[in-house]
Design a protein around this ligand. Structure first.
Ligand SMILES: [Zn+2]
Length: 125
């Protein structure tokens, strides 16, 4: 009986996206939100949690794999960026708006040279 259901589920999942890092994050967020709803008594909040849950499942069962893959890549890029915020500063070049990543050094004033247009600017890093 269980094997039959497993097989049915497997067939249902064919050509569907499935679970990735972003959906794990979304489901984690849903759990946190459900815990928070012990303290937040609001219909709007519950509705938002439900929306988040529906969105997580929508992504897992989606057949638009390219779009979901791109979302996951954006998510992973964001996570990498957030991790780097602890060790790096991010600046925009005043000349060409290029994003520049500089390792933190505890408030020293440093002259930064843009790798793209060679504009120099001073920042405390
Ligand atoms: Zn520049």
């Amino acid at each position: 009986m269980l094997a039959k259901w497993k097989e049915k589920f497997r067939q249902f999942m064919i050509g569907r996206y499935g679970v990735d890092d972003f959906s794990k994050f979304l489901l984690g967020a849903v759990i946190v939100c459900i815990v928070l709803s012990i303290f937040i008594h609001s219909m709007v909040w519950e509705f938002l949690v439900l929306l988040l849950l529906v969105y997580s499942y929508y992504r897992m069962f989606s057949k638009n794999i390219t779009a979901r893959y791109k979302e996951n890549q954006k998510y992973q890029l964001m996570v990498t960026h957030l991790k780097q915020l602890r060790t790096h500063h991010f600046y925009r070049c005043p000349g060409c708006k290029q994003k520049i990543r500089v390792p933190r050094s505890g408030g020293k004033r440093v002259e930064i040279t843009c790798p793209k247009c060679k504009t120099k600017f001073i920042k405390k890093i």
